[in-house]
Ligand binder design. Structure first.
Ligand code: UD1
Length: 420
């Protein structure tokens, strides 16, 4: 098993360039199968989830060329509109292929996402919405099967603004007959990215970034080239790491307009920041204030994907903080590991109370999922002594080179292999 070994206590200092966004890359790659031609994507992050998605696209019959952050996907010969169960186990978000498979071929087969370490992953909103458009679902051998003899545009009101369900309905609506109006849809920047990308390909979409999106069906798309947005969750992870270590960093390529709630939290902690010509600069030397309460919310609220990183950072704030997790029900799994490092975190259902400590101490800890794993690395960076964070593969699902980036910022971190 591989792990990160970190010697804590060095304030981060320096500048790095941000990777492309995971949560934009996956739906855009899924969208590429709609068009029986070429899609070129630049600034694609070199992460495990992207590799799994490439494998899925190749199994469908696409050819995928990968070269230094660029993917050229040719979906002309796509014909097996299925995701193997084994690939579903390696990536939960295969459900994102449902809308584009139905749109392109009128059929889809894939594993159910199932529960995972951060909570249940129900798909009722995906099913109900695509059902309203004319898809019929059944379960065969534990797999989700969908067919349609033609999707039709209609008015769809999502009971909750699910990111994945919004993306699936948009993808299904691109070729659907007539107009699809999606109400109470998600407003995340990655949704807007998907809409912009699809428009470049010839789709007719408006309203992204608001809670009502309108898609007018078209009969064909065209070849296109698109450069992905920076990853706002990776950016937030590094900003919290800078605040936690009382460091000063500059992130090249960050889009602060996508991160207002995160910057507001960092500001309330005492960090000072500025968007400069060469990148986004954050001075975390005085980021010591506790926070009375932070709730995770849908965008533009504080993102659940940065909750664990904030939790780790608050472990050394000067007083008591409270975090309320309102999106995924099981997202405090790192609390026992943080406490093992000397933190004082008490969880009760969806709430965590954090009593700030003077310092944390190096320990052996284990990542169990992507963002929690990154949060343990943050804890390790500020701890006294050496920490080993096992389960580095979880972190590599979403971070291109966490250790390399942190080393550029002066951290003492390396990846090692455990001897059996
Ligand atoms: C996406 C992101 C993930 C992020 C999440 C919330 C990708 C690849 N993943 O996941 O990183 O944490 O948004 O910002 O973009 N729900 C239902 N029924 C459904 C669908 C969702 O009850 O049919 C619930 C979920 O259980 C969860 C909440 O809605 O409690 C949010 O889920 P959703 O927005 O769908 O997240 P994902 O698209 O899975």
């Amino acid at each position: 098993m591989e792990y990160f070994e970190i010697t804590g206590g060095t304030p981060l200092h320096g500048s790095i360039t941000l990777q492309g966004s995971k949560n934009a890359a996956l739906p855009l790659m899924a969208a590429s199968i709609l068009h029986p031609g070429r899609t070129t994507l630049h600034h694609v992050p070199a992460i495990r989830d992207v590799d799994v998605m490439i494998e899925i696209l190749e199994n469908i019959g696409c050819t995928v060329q990968k070269d230094n952050g660029t993917l050229i996907i040719d979906a002309a010969k796509a014909e097996h509109f299925e995701v193997a169960a084994s690939l579903g186990e390696r990536m939960r978000s295969t459900i994102i292929l449902l809308g584009s498979m139905l749109g392109r071929a009128g059929r889809a087969k894939m594993p159910f996402p199932g529960g995972c370490i951060i909570g249940m992953r129900p798909i009722d909103i995906h099913i109900t919405s695509l059902g309203k458009m004319g898809a019929v679902f059944e379960e065969t051998d534990g797999m989700l099967c969908a067919v349609t003899d033609g999707l039709c545009g209609t008015r769809i009101h999502l009971r909750f603004p699910s990111v994945g369900a919004t993306e699936n309905v948009i993808l299904a609506a691109v070729y659907a007959r007539g107009r699809t109006r999606i109400e109470n849809c998600a407003k995340e920047p990655e949704i807007a990215e998907l809409c912009r990308f699809l428009r470049e390909k010839g789709a007719k979409i408006e309203g992204e970034g608001t809670s009502s999106i309108l898609v007018e069906g078209v009969s064909h798309l065209r070849d296109s080239t698109y450069t992905l947005m920076p990853d706002r969750i990776v950016a937030g992870t590094y900003l919290f790491a800078a605040a936690a270590t009382r460091g000063e960093i500059c992130l090249e390529g960050m889009r602060p307009s996508d991160m207002e709630s995160v910057l507001d939290v960092l500001g309330r902690m005492g960090a000072v920041y500025e968007n400069r010509e060469d990148g986004f600069y954050l001075d975390g030397r005085k980021a010591i204030n506790p926070l009375p309460v932070v709730c995770t919310e849908t965008y533009p609220g504080f993102p659940t994907d940065l909750q664990s990183q904030l939790l780790a950072t608050l472990c050394v704030a000067r007083g008591r903080s409270v975090i309320r997790e309102c999106i995924f029900e099981e997202r405090f799994r790192i609390a026992p590991w943080l406490n093992r490092m000397g933190a004082d975190v008490t969880t009760d259902g969806r709430e965590a109370v954090i009593e700030g400590k003077e310092h944390l101490s190096g320990q052996m800890v284990k990542a169990q999922e992507l963002r929690g794993g990154a949060a343990l690395v943050i804890a390790a960076l500020m701890a006294q002594g050496i920490t080993r964070v096992y389960g580095s593969a979880f972190i590599e699902r979403g971070y291109e080179d966490l250790a390399g980036d942190l080393r550029k910022l002066g951290a003492v971190i390396s990846k090692k292999k455990a001897e059996r």
